[in-house]
Design a protein around this ligand. Structure first.
Ligand code: ADP
Ligand code: MG
Length: 272
């Protein structure tokens, strides 16, 4: 079971768009996928057609230890299910502030899935902050995927994000690695996008090999800016159901292939 947190503390960089459409791409390739919505805004849930009314079973109940992940999971398409979130989730930050071991609630809730290899992929859509919800995601996964919008300040935010992953790796989850950076909202042909991508490449290749991001891959696929990707959420559909042949669908299908290929090369490396 691969576990991936889609994380960036900045808002509006395509975390949710990537969580949802990458998950849908993997599900369409025959992999079993569960998306965990960790943003109280509930955008990923909504994007996949769920409108979790206040008081309904959501990931909040998992944090409150009132429900299991199986109780809250809902099937939304073939091979694709979601643990939804809604505004109830904002309470977690306060309610858990004095709870010892609060960083590990999600990890422990997913333990039996890991043991049973219940899904091929569990993908977590993180909120735009580095609070207790994001830390829970980082303690429950082995991979971090960072969506990045290549503009002038993009790399500044990254250092804070990398620091956080390094801290979690040192103290809470030794197995955590930043495995990929996906360039999203990409304006092909612009000088700035190419420059930022090159700066990122330089930064990654010049990092010490013991940092958790040393082996991070910049995905070859660029997710281009495409209006269909912005329209799909309001119809509660992934890009493949909303506009299967648009550039956005092609880009996320290709990103899905790259993520699948990482798994294959990992397995080959382990077997060697
Ligand atoms: P985050 O989860 O990081 O806050 P979102 O995935 O919600 O970001 O994306 C922010 C906004 O940009 C949303 O309105 C979304 O529909 C839109 N968007 C994301 N990716 C693209 C894209 N490649 N082309 C056009 N619009 C996009
Ligand atoms: Mg989001």
């Amino acid at each position: 079971m691969r576990t991936i947190a889609v994380m960036n503390q900045k808002g509006g960089v395509a975390k949710t768009t990537t969580s949802v459409n990458l998950s849908a791409a993997l599900a369409r390739s025959g992999k079993s996928v569960c998306v965990i919505d960790l943003d109280p805004q509930g955008h990923a849930s909504f994007h996949l057609g769920l409108d979790a009314a206040p008081g309904s079973r959501t990931v909040y109940d998992v944090f409150a230890e009132q429900c299991t992940v199986d109780d809250t999971r809902q099937l939304v398409a073939e091979n694709l299910s979601v643990i939804p979130a809604n505004i109830d989730l904002t309470a977690v930050e306060v309610e858990l502030s004095n709870t010892p071991g609060r960083e590990f609630i999600l990890r422990d809730a997913l333990n039996h899935w890991k043991q049973q290899n219940r899904f091929d992929y569990v993908i977590m859509d993180c909120p735009p902050s580095l609070g207790v919800l994001t830390i829970n995601a980082l303690c429950a996964v082995t991979e971090v995927l960072i969506p990045l919008q290549p503009h002038f300040f993009a790399l500044q935010g990254l250092s804070k994000l990398f620091e956080t992953t390094a801290l979690v790796t040192r103290r809470l989850n030794r197995d955590l690695r930043v495995t990929g950076v996906a360039l999203c909202l990409y304006e092909s042909g612009t000088r700035l996008a190419a420059d930022v991508t090159e700066d990122l490449r330089m930064f990654l290749t010049s990092s010490d090999s013991d940092t958790p991001w040393a082996k991070a891959k910049i995905f070859r696929t660029r997710i281009r800016r495409n209006i269909k990707l912005a329209e799909a959420p309001s119809f509660g559909q992934s890009i493949f159901d909303y506009a299967a042949t648009c550039p956005g669908a092609r880009d996320y299908a290709e990103l899905g292939e790259e993520v699948l290929a990482m798994a294959a090369s990992d397995l080959a490396a382990r077997a060697a």
